[in-house]
Design a protein around this ligand. Structure first.
Ligand code: MRU
Length: 360
Protein backbone atom coordinates (compact mmCIF):
# COMPACT_ATOMS: atom_id res chain seq x y z
CA UNK A 1 0.00 0.00 0.00
CA UNK A 2 1.41 3.36 -1.01
CA UNK A 3 -0.08 6.24 0.95
CA UNK A 4 0.14 9.45 -1.02
CA UNK A 5 0.51 12.73 0.80
CA UNK A 6 1.25 16.23 -0.45
CA UNK A 7 4.99 16.91 -0.17
CA UNK A 8 5.31 18.83 3.06
CA UNK A 9 8.99 19.72 2.49
CA UNK A 10 10.24 20.36 -1.02
CA UNK A 11 13.21 22.16 -2.53
CA UNK A 12 12.16 23.97 -5.66
CA UNK A 13 14.74 24.78 -8.34
CA UNK A 14 18.48 24.22 -8.06
CA UNK A 15 20.90 26.94 -7.01
CA UNK A 16 19.25 29.37 -6.75
CA UNK A 17 16.10 27.78 -5.42
CA UNK A 18 13.82 27.93 -2.40
CA UNK A 19 12.25 25.69 0.22
CA UNK A 20 8.51 25.07 0.02
CA UNK A 21 6.92 24.00 3.30
CA UNK A 22 3.37 22.94 4.08
CA UNK A 23 2.49 25.34 6.91
CA UNK A 24 1.49 22.94 9.70
CA UNK A 25 0.13 25.74 11.86
CA UNK A 26 -2.75 26.11 9.38
CA UNK A 27 -3.79 22.46 9.30
CA UNK A 28 -6.27 20.84 9.27
CA UNK A 29 -8.39 23.68 7.90
CA UNK A 30 -6.10 25.05 5.23
CA UNK A 31 -3.33 23.59 3.09
CA UNK A 32 -1.12 26.63 2.73
CA UNK A 33 2.51 26.57 1.62
CA UNK A 34 5.33 28.83 2.78
CA UNK A 35 8.20 29.74 0.50
CA UNK A 36 11.43 30.16 2.47
CA UNK A 37 14.08 32.06 0.54
CA UNK A 38 16.20 33.16 3.50
CA UNK A 39 17.56 31.59 6.65
CA UNK A 40 15.54 33.98 8.78
CA UNK A 41 12.27 32.91 7.11
CA UNK A 42 13.14 29.24 7.76
CA UNK A 43 14.21 30.02 11.31
CA UNK A 44 10.79 31.62 11.87
CA UNK A 45 9.03 28.61 10.32
CA UNK A 46 10.91 26.28 12.69
CA UNK A 47 10.33 28.44 15.79
CA UNK A 48 6.62 28.80 15.03
CA UNK A 49 6.23 25.07 14.22
CA UNK A 50 5.21 25.60 10.59
CA UNK A 51 7.68 22.78 10.09
CA UNK A 52 8.01 20.51 13.11
CA UNK A 53 8.82 16.98 14.25
CA UNK A 54 12.46 16.09 14.80
CA UNK A 55 13.32 14.43 11.46
CA UNK A 56 11.38 17.06 9.46
CA UNK A 57 13.28 19.82 11.24
CA UNK A 58 16.53 18.04 10.29
CA UNK A 59 15.52 17.73 6.64
CA UNK A 60 14.46 21.39 6.51
CA UNK A 61 17.73 22.45 8.15
CA UNK A 62 19.68 20.59 5.45
CA UNK A 63 17.98 22.78 2.85
CA UNK A 64 18.45 25.75 5.17
CA UNK A 65 22.20 25.41 4.62
CA UNK A 66 21.58 25.95 0.90
CA UNK A 67 19.58 29.08 1.71
CA UNK A 68 22.53 30.25 3.83
CA UNK A 69 24.96 29.73 0.95
CA UNK A 70 22.66 31.50 -1.48
CA UNK A 71 22.37 34.47 0.83
CA UNK A 72 26.14 34.79 1.08
CA UNK A 73 26.89 34.08 -2.59
CA UNK A 74 28.00 37.62 -3.48
CA UNK A 75 30.66 37.78 -0.76
CA UNK A 76 34.30 37.10 -1.56
CA UNK A 77 35.82 33.74 -0.39
CA UNK A 78 36.55 34.08 3.35
CA UNK A 79 33.59 36.42 3.95
CA UNK A 80 31.32 33.89 2.21
CA UNK A 81 32.43 31.10 4.54
CA UNK A 82 32.15 33.30 7.60
CA UNK A 83 28.62 34.38 6.69
CA UNK A 84 27.45 30.82 5.97
CA UNK A 85 28.91 29.59 9.27
CA UNK A 86 27.12 32.38 11.15
CA UNK A 87 23.80 31.61 9.42
CA UNK A 88 24.11 27.90 10.25
CA UNK A 89 24.78 28.76 13.89
CA UNK A 90 21.72 30.96 13.90
CA UNK A 91 19.49 28.27 12.40
CA UNK A 92 20.84 25.82 14.97
CA UNK A 93 19.41 27.95 17.77
CA UNK A 94 15.84 27.88 16.39
CA UNK A 95 14.73 25.00 18.65
CA UNK A 96 16.84 23.31 21.33
CA UNK A 97 15.45 19.80 21.93
CA UNK A 98 15.26 17.98 18.59
CA UNK A 99 18.85 16.88 18.00
CA UNK A 100 18.13 16.22 14.32
CA UNK A 101 18.51 19.96 13.79
CA UNK A 102 22.10 19.93 15.09
CA UNK A 103 22.78 16.64 13.30
CA UNK A 104 21.72 17.96 9.88
CA UNK A 105 23.61 21.22 10.35
CA UNK A 106 26.74 19.27 11.30
CA UNK A 107 26.47 17.39 8.03
CA UNK A 108 26.18 20.70 6.18
CA UNK A 109 29.14 22.15 8.10
CA UNK A 110 31.28 19.17 7.15
CA UNK A 111 30.50 19.75 3.46
CA UNK A 112 31.20 23.46 3.85
CA UNK A 113 34.62 22.86 5.43
CA UNK A 114 35.57 20.11 2.98
CA UNK A 115 34.71 22.37 0.05
CA UNK A 116 36.03 25.57 1.63
CA UNK A 117 38.49 26.26 -1.20
CA UNK A 118 35.86 25.86 -3.96
CA UNK A 119 33.92 28.76 -5.54
CA UNK A 120 30.80 29.71 -3.49
CA UNK A 121 28.39 28.52 -6.19
CA UNK A 122 30.01 25.10 -6.16
CA UNK A 123 29.75 24.96 -2.37
CA UNK A 124 26.05 25.86 -2.57
CA UNK A 125 25.52 23.06 -5.11
CA UNK A 126 27.34 20.59 -2.82
CA UNK A 127 25.14 21.67 0.11
CA UNK A 128 22.05 21.08 -2.01
CA UNK A 129 23.28 17.61 -2.87
CA UNK A 130 23.84 16.91 0.83
CA UNK A 131 20.36 18.22 1.72
CA UNK A 132 18.76 16.06 -0.94
CA UNK A 133 20.74 13.12 0.45
CA UNK A 134 19.45 13.76 3.99
CA UNK A 135 15.90 13.93 2.62
CA UNK A 136 16.27 10.76 0.54
CA UNK A 137 17.84 8.86 3.44
CA UNK A 138 15.05 9.93 5.77
CA UNK A 139 12.44 8.43 3.43
CA UNK A 140 14.27 5.09 3.45
CA UNK A 141 14.86 5.23 7.20
CA UNK A 142 11.15 5.84 7.88
CA UNK A 143 10.22 2.86 5.75
CA UNK A 144 12.73 0.62 7.56
CA UNK A 145 11.55 1.73 11.02
CA UNK A 146 7.95 1.22 9.94
CA UNK A 147 8.61 -2.32 8.83
CA UNK A 148 10.65 -3.24 11.90
CA UNK A 149 7.96 -1.83 14.20
CA UNK A 150 5.02 -3.35 12.34
CA UNK A 151 6.36 -6.81 13.09
CA UNK A 152 5.91 -6.09 16.82
CA UNK A 153 2.16 -5.49 16.56
CA UNK A 154 -0.46 -8.23 16.78
CA UNK A 155 -2.70 -8.89 13.74
CA UNK A 156 -5.39 -6.80 15.35
CA UNK A 157 -3.97 -3.87 17.31
CA UNK A 158 -5.25 -0.85 19.15
CA UNK A 159 -2.42 1.63 19.29
CA UNK A 160 -2.20 4.71 21.47
CA UNK A 161 0.00 7.53 20.22
CA UNK A 162 0.96 11.07 21.20
CA UNK A 163 1.78 14.19 19.17
CA UNK A 164 2.32 13.78 15.43
CA UNK A 165 4.94 11.38 14.13
CA UNK A 166 3.91 10.79 10.53
CA UNK A 167 4.43 12.31 7.08
CA UNK A 168 4.27 15.79 8.49
CA UNK A 169 6.94 15.14 11.11
CA UNK A 170 9.56 13.54 8.84
CA UNK A 171 10.89 13.54 5.31
CA UNK A 172 9.20 10.17 4.74
CA UNK A 173 6.15 8.41 6.16
CA UNK A 174 7.00 8.88 9.79
CA UNK A 175 8.45 7.31 12.90
CA UNK A 176 5.72 5.89 15.17
CA UNK A 177 3.05 6.44 12.51
CA UNK A 178 5.22 4.69 9.91
CA UNK A 179 4.75 1.59 12.07
CA UNK A 180 0.99 2.07 11.81
CA UNK A 181 1.19 2.61 8.04
CA UNK A 182 3.39 -0.44 7.48
CA UNK A 183 1.26 -2.64 9.75
CA UNK A 184 -1.88 -1.60 7.85
CA UNK A 185 -0.08 -2.23 4.55
CA UNK A 186 0.79 -5.72 5.80
CA UNK A 187 -2.92 -6.40 6.28
CA UNK A 188 -3.05 -5.89 10.04
CA UNK A 189 -6.20 -4.40 11.48
CA UNK A 190 -5.09 -1.23 13.22
CA UNK A 191 -7.03 1.36 15.16
CA UNK A 192 -5.19 4.40 16.46
CA UNK A 193 -6.09 6.32 19.58
CA UNK A 194 -4.53 9.75 19.23
CA UNK A 195 -3.97 12.03 22.20
CA UNK A 196 -5.01 15.53 21.19
CA UNK A 197 -1.61 16.77 22.50
CA UNK A 198 -2.00 20.04 24.34
CA UNK A 199 -1.20 22.82 24.07
CA UNK A 200 -0.61 22.90 20.30
CA UNK A 201 -2.87 19.96 19.31
CA UNK A 202 -0.48 18.13 17.05
CA UNK A 203 -2.58 14.99 17.69
CA UNK A 204 -5.93 16.61 16.96
CA UNK A 205 -4.85 18.85 14.10
CA UNK A 206 -2.18 16.74 12.41
CA UNK A 207 -2.35 13.06 13.40
CA UNK A 208 -6.13 12.87 13.01
CA UNK A 209 -5.81 14.65 9.64
CA UNK A 210 -3.06 12.35 8.41
CA UNK A 211 -4.72 9.11 9.51
CA UNK A 212 -8.08 10.12 8.14
CA UNK A 213 -6.47 10.81 4.76
CA UNK A 214 -4.70 7.46 4.92
CA UNK A 215 -7.96 5.67 5.68
CA UNK A 216 -6.77 4.38 9.07
CA UNK A 217 -9.42 4.34 11.81
CA UNK A 218 -8.55 6.99 14.38
CA UNK A 219 -10.17 8.01 17.65
CA UNK A 220 -9.15 11.25 19.29
CA UNK A 221 -8.97 11.62 23.06
CA UNK A 222 -8.01 14.30 25.55
CA UNK A 223 -4.48 13.77 26.87
CA UNK A 224 -5.93 13.23 30.33
CA UNK A 225 -8.16 10.37 29.11
CA UNK A 226 -5.23 8.12 28.20
CA UNK A 227 -5.03 6.68 31.73
CA UNK A 228 -8.64 5.53 31.65
CA UNK A 229 -8.20 4.01 28.21
CA UNK A 230 -5.11 2.08 29.31
CA UNK A 231 -6.79 0.97 32.54
CA UNK A 232 -9.79 -0.31 30.58
CA UNK A 233 -7.59 -2.71 28.61
CA UNK A 234 -8.35 -0.82 25.41
CA UNK A 235 -4.75 -0.48 24.19
CA UNK A 236 -2.39 -3.17 22.87
CA UNK A 237 0.66 -0.95 22.40
CA UNK A 238 1.79 2.64 22.90
CA UNK A 239 3.88 4.05 20.04
CA UNK A 240 5.71 7.36 20.27
CA UNK A 241 8.56 9.15 18.54
CA UNK A 242 11.49 10.98 20.13
CA UNK A 243 13.25 14.30 19.79
CA UNK A 244 16.50 13.23 21.43
CA UNK A 245 17.69 9.94 22.91
CA UNK A 246 20.59 9.87 25.36
CA UNK A 247 23.21 7.11 25.50
CA UNK A 248 21.37 5.25 28.26
CA UNK A 249 18.06 5.25 26.36
CA UNK A 250 16.34 8.08 28.28
CA UNK A 251 14.54 10.18 25.71
CA UNK A 252 12.75 13.48 25.21
CA UNK A 253 9.46 13.68 23.37
CA UNK A 254 6.39 15.88 23.32
CA UNK A 255 5.16 16.93 26.75
CA UNK A 256 2.78 14.25 28.01
CA UNK A 257 4.87 11.31 26.82
CA UNK A 258 6.36 10.57 30.25
CA UNK A 259 2.96 10.13 31.96
CA UNK A 260 1.94 7.80 29.12
CA UNK A 261 5.03 5.67 29.75
CA UNK A 262 4.25 5.50 33.48
CA UNK A 263 0.66 4.52 32.74
CA UNK A 264 1.64 1.91 30.16
CA UNK A 265 4.05 0.41 32.68
CA UNK A 266 1.36 0.41 35.39
CA UNK A 267 -1.07 -1.42 33.11
CA UNK A 268 1.40 -3.83 31.49
CA UNK A 269 1.06 -2.37 27.98
CA UNK A 270 4.18 -2.41 25.74
CA UNK A 271 5.64 1.07 25.24
CA UNK A 272 7.66 1.48 22.01
CA UNK A 273 9.82 4.42 20.96
CA UNK A 274 10.34 4.72 17.21
CA UNK A 275 13.26 6.91 16.16
CA UNK A 276 16.05 7.07 13.59
CA UNK A 277 19.74 7.02 14.54
CA UNK A 278 19.84 10.76 13.75
CA UNK A 279 17.74 11.28 16.90
CA UNK A 280 20.33 9.70 19.21
CA UNK A 281 22.73 12.04 20.96
CA UNK A 282 25.84 10.09 21.95
CA UNK A 283 27.26 13.17 23.68
CA UNK A 284 24.66 12.87 26.47
CA UNK A 285 24.98 10.10 29.07
CA UNK A 286 21.38 10.41 30.29
CA UNK A 287 18.10 12.25 30.07
CA UNK A 288 18.97 14.84 32.73
CA UNK A 289 21.29 16.51 30.23
CA UNK A 290 18.67 16.87 27.48
CA UNK A 291 17.78 20.55 26.94
CA UNK A 292 14.02 20.99 27.21
CA UNK A 293 12.46 23.82 25.24
CA UNK A 294 10.28 26.20 27.23
CA UNK A 295 7.64 27.90 25.14
CA UNK A 296 5.45 30.92 25.62
CA UNK A 297 2.71 30.80 28.30
CA UNK A 298 0.46 32.33 25.63
CA UNK A 299 0.17 28.88 24.01
CA UNK A 300 -1.69 27.74 27.14
CA UNK A 301 -3.47 30.95 28.10
CA UNK A 302 -4.70 32.06 24.69
CA UNK A 303 -4.69 29.05 22.37
CA UNK A 304 -5.56 30.07 18.81
CA UNK A 305 -6.17 33.58 20.13
CA UNK A 306 -8.93 32.58 22.56
CA UNK A 307 -8.46 33.65 26.16
CA UNK A 308 -9.22 30.48 28.17
CA UNK A 309 -7.71 31.51 31.53
CA UNK A 310 -7.80 34.65 33.65
CA UNK A 311 -5.56 37.32 32.22
CA UNK A 312 -2.06 37.51 33.71
CA UNK A 313 -2.27 34.09 35.40
CA UNK A 314 1.08 32.31 35.49
CA UNK A 315 1.61 29.32 33.15
CA UNK A 316 4.36 26.72 32.75
CA UNK A 317 4.85 25.46 29.22
CA UNK A 318 7.68 22.96 28.63
CA UNK A 319 7.37 21.62 25.07
CA UNK A 320 8.91 18.24 25.94
CA UNK A 321 9.40 15.85 28.81
CA UNK A 322 12.02 13.20 29.46
CA UNK A 323 11.09 9.54 29.91
CA UNK A 324 13.54 7.23 31.68
CA UNK A 325 14.75 4.24 29.66
CA UNK A 326 13.44 1.79 32.27
CA UNK A 327 9.86 2.54 31.14
CA UNK A 328 10.58 1.70 27.49
CA UNK A 329 9.83 -1.81 26.18
CA UNK A 330 11.91 -1.37 23.03
CA UNK A 331 13.35 1.27 20.74
CA UNK A 332 12.66 0.74 17.03
CA UNK A 333 15.33 2.15 14.70
CA UNK A 334 16.10 1.75 11.01
CA UNK A 335 18.76 -0.76 12.04
CA UNK A 336 16.39 -2.95 14.02
CA UNK A 337 14.68 -3.21 17.39
CA UNK A 338 16.56 -2.63 20.65
CA UNK A 339 14.81 -4.37 23.52
CA UNK A 340 15.12 -2.90 26.98
CA UNK A 341 17.62 -2.50 28.61
CA UNK A 342 19.03 -0.95 25.47
CA UNK A 343 22.14 0.96 26.62
CA UNK A 344 24.53 -1.64 25.18
CA UNK A 345 22.48 -1.94 22.02
CA UNK A 346 22.62 1.83 21.56
CA UNK A 347 26.40 1.86 22.01
CA UNK A 348 26.77 -0.93 19.46
CA UNK A 349 24.51 0.82 16.96
CA UNK A 350 26.09 4.23 17.26
CA UNK A 351 29.65 2.91 17.22
CA UNK A 352 32.75 5.06 17.34
CA UNK A 353 31.84 7.33 14.45
CA UNK A 354 28.69 8.54 16.14
CA UNK A 355 30.56 8.87 19.42
CA UNK A 356 33.04 11.23 17.78
CA UNK A 357 30.16 13.25 16.35
CA UNK A 358 28.95 13.85 19.89
CA UNK A 359 32.34 15.08 21.03
CA UNK A 360 32.44 17.87 18.45
O1 MRU B 1 7.03 20.36 19.07
P1 MRU B 1 6.97 19.35 17.96
O2 MRU B 1 5.63 19.27 17.32
O3 MRU B 1 8.09 19.55 16.96
O4 MRU B 1 7.24 17.95 18.67
C1 MRU B 1 7.32 16.80 17.91
C2 MRU B 1 7.40 15.57 18.72
O5 MRU B 1 7.49 15.60 19.92
C3 MRU B 1 7.48 14.26 17.98
O6 MRU B 1 6.92 13.24 18.73
C4 MRU B 1 8.95 13.98 17.72
O7 MRU B 1 9.57 14.96 16.94
C5 MRU B 1 9.31 12.67 17.19
S1 MRU B 1 8.46 12.02 15.82
C6 MRU B 1 8.79 12.81 14.47
Amino acid sequence: MEIRFPASIEWQGGVPGHLRLLDQTRLPHEEVYLECRTVSSLEKAVRELSVRGAPAIGVAAGYGAVLAAQEALDRPGPAFLQEVRALLDRLGRARPTAVNLTWALERARRVLEEKAAAPPREIAAALLEEARGIHREDRAVCRAMGEAGAALLPRKARVLTHCNTGFLATGGEGTALAVVYRAAAAGKEIRVFADETRPLWQGARLTAWELQRAGIPVTLLCDGAAGSLLASGGVDAVLVGADRIARNGDFANKIGTYPLAVLANRHGVPFYVVAPLSTFDPSLPGGKEIPVEQRSPAEILTPRGIQVAPEDVDAWNPAFDVTPAELVTAVVTEKGVLSSPCEEGIAALLGDGAGKRGEN
